[in-house]
Design a protein around this ligand. Structure first.
Ligand code: URA
Length: 423
């Protein structure tokens, strides 16, 4: 079939076959289909959508454009994926905890995307090696019971090419395109169970429950069609998760969290995701998984494993933060009703802790500390946070930080952190 017939078929709302999708991806990667035609197809998908089965074929074709990762180890290999947010350091807590529970965890993580932080960048703040090949991942999992490493260039190259085109054609915000993009970089590992943490709110890509539910259902259903056990939690991102946001500063918070000094919200997300994994791979009930994870975290049992993992890969746990500090004082009195994560994410980028352009070098030592959460009452002049930086305009940073906080007279309804479980 001529490629323009495939564009027309999708434009008119028909389903594409496995063969048509496979041919499209292969020819696009081989540069037999030009960008302008692929862009037209992406826009047709944006408006007409795709069924979960079409999304499965798209994921599979993108996944097969690159390498797969096959880890040989006893036990049920599991994975956790977050759709990204501000202060999200869940991977650093859950991976060693799962290892402690006898579940080998293999996570392939990305770099910062848009205003959200990236697990691989946070790891790099320790100086550790973040890009591992299949053999190295297997060695690390065998030693520590878990591995977190960066997605390599060889994983799903079709996704990189398509993502750049989506970015240039305003077709990023399409559920089947997001699902296939994420899963092409996840299902390439021979994991058996995978749990998705789909974030919703001002500090996430998905701003509404409706969008995040569609994304969570897409991720879970397509993973199941692929033969994996899968589940998801939709979790709140209307304020940063935990006490800090940045790179080195989030590793420091993770070290504290694994020693038992953990914020309630971070503990709740980690234990909920562990509960879901227990249930989906039939290791136990949701409650059992949740309780076991909590007991490991609070006892500090997984801390050594985490430190030794960083050191084995050449990193340090003695991290340096930026030289300059400003305590931010509230300019109003009242209840905190909103802490906008997107504003804070862009502030971190402005301070040098994130990238304005891909490939840019970042300053791992800058970051933010949060002393208050939504619902707290603050007085004018009370300290609500801290900015840690090396260079730039202090006044601009403070004003940005304050602009993320909405402070009002009336007490807001309490925030529901875990909004929905899907398994
Ligand atoms: N993350 C991805 O990897 N791909 C998307 O399309 C969106 C978020």
């Amino acid at each position: 079939m001529l490629f323009k017939e495939i564009i027309k078929k999708k434009r008119d709302g028909f389903k594409l076959t496995e063969e048509e999708i496979r041919e499209t991806i292969k020819k696009y990667v081989d540069e037999e289909i030009p960008d302008y035609q692929m862009a037209a197809l992406l826009m047709a998908i944006y408006f007409q959508g795709m069924t979960h089965r079409e999304t499965l074929h798209l994921t599979d074709a993108m996944l097969k454009s690159g390498e797969t990762v096959n880890i040989s180890i006893d036990g049920t290999i599991v994975d956790k994926h977050s759709t990204g947010g501000i202060g999200d350091k869940v991977s650093f807590i859950i991976a060693p905890v799962l290892a402690e529970l006898g579940l080998p965890a293999v996570l392939l993580s990305g770099r910062a995307l848009g205003f959200t932080g990236g697990t691989a960048d946070k790891m790099e703040s320790t100086g550790m090696k973040v890009t591992l090949n299949e053999k190295e991942i297997e060695d690390v999992v065998k030693r520590f019971g878990f591995s977190i490493s960066c997605q390599t260039e060889k994983i799903a190259p079709a996704d990189r090419k398509i993502y750049a085109l989506r970015d240039a054609t305003s077709t990023v915000e399409s559920i089947p395109l997001i699902v296939s993009s994420i899963l092409s970089k996840k299902l390439c590992v021979n994991t058996q169970g995978i749990v998705f943490d789909v974030k919703v709110g001002s500090g996430a890509f998905m701003k509404t429950m409706e969008e995040s539910e569609k994304l969570a259902e897409g991720l879970v259903n397509v993973s199941k069609l692929y033969g994996k056990k899968a589940g998801a939690a939709i979790t709140d991102m209307n304020q940063p998760l935990g006490r800090t946001a940045g790179n080195a500063i989030e590793i420091i918070e993770s070290l504290n969290a694994l020693s038992g000094d953990i914020s309630n919200d971070l503990l709740e997300v980690v234990t909920t995701l562990t509960g879901i994994l227990f249930k989906i791979i039939e290791k136990g009930s949701f409650k059992e998984g949740k309780e076991k994870a909590e007991s490991i975290i609070l006892s500090g049992k997984a801390l050594n494993r985490f430190c030794e993992w960083i050191e084995y890969l050449g990193g340090t746990t003695k991290l340096q933060l930026g030289k300059r500090r400003i305590l931010v004082k509230s300019d109003k009195e009242g209840y905190i009703t909103e802490i906008n994560g997107e504003t804070l994410g862009f502030l971190i980028i402005e301070m040098g802790g994130g990238r304005k352009r891909s490939g840019e070098k970042i300053d791992h030592s800058v970051g933010l500390r949060f002393f208050k959460k939504i619902g707290n009452y603050v007085k004018r002049g009370e300290v609500i946070g801290e900015i840690i930086y090396n260079q730039g305009d202090e006044t601009v940073f403070v004003n940005r930080f304050l602009s993320a906080f909405k402070i009002e007279k009336s007490k807001p309804e309490s925030v529901k952190l875990i909004k929905k479980l899907i398994y």
